[in-house]
Design a protein around this ligand. Structure first.
Ligand code: PNS
Length: 163
């Protein structure tokens, strides 16, 4: 069993591609949403959970969960022995290596596996997707269609609050 942790604010096609590939080689994949209000997320954990559930419904061995506190403790609590993280570029690797080594020090029995993002998704991040849509750019193909709809809806509300 493996955990794929992240903020998923919101899920992108890069995340989804990784979920699709990882679910093919683990018996069960738990997508773990970090509950962290200090990151000022655009979507609540419940909203992120719902979006994720909608887009992973075709993968029977994928479940959605959320956690706070230490990732390795969450993994241990769920009985997962693998943490899966996606790497897009060398710049991701440095931060990911640091986290993986810290997690190994905390719980040597839990292994981190890095998966390379597909070339088509290697430039996508939740952060950039939000920036592009806020500035009026086209994000189709970068996030699943229901997520694009939720983003448009949320940003329209944001803009309505500003006037
Ligand atoms: O999608 P993100 O924001 O890059 O995901 C980061 C995440 C959730 C994997 C990371 O922030 C995390 O593991 N947080 C839990 C806190 C923790 O365990 N910290 C110590 C280990 S480095």
């Amino acid at each position: 069993m493996a955990i794929y942790p992240g903020s998923f604010d919101p899920i992108t096609n890069g995340h989804l591609d990784l979920i699709a590939r990882a679910s093919g080689f683990v018996d069960r994949l738990i997508v773990g949403i970090l509950r962290n209000e200090s990151k000022h997320p655009l979507f609540t954990v419940a909203e992120r959970r719902e979006m994720l559930a909608q887009v992973v419904s075709g993968y029977p061995n994928v479940v959605i969960d959320s956690f706070d506190g230490l990732l390795v403790e969450f993994a241990a609590l769920r009985g997962a022995s693998l943490i899966i993280r996606g790497i897009r570029a060398i710049s991701d690797y440095e931060k990911e290596l640091q986290m993986a080594l810290m997690n190994r020090r905390l719980r040597p029995d839990i292994e981190t596996v890095f998966m390379m993002a597909s070339e088509a998704h290697s430039f996508i991040s939740s952060h950039l997707v939000k920036e592009v849509i806020r500035l009026g750019g086209n994000i189709s193909g970068l996030v699943p269609p229901p997520v694009e709809a939720s983003l448009k809806d949320r940003l329209l509300k944001e803009q309505a609050l500003k006037v």
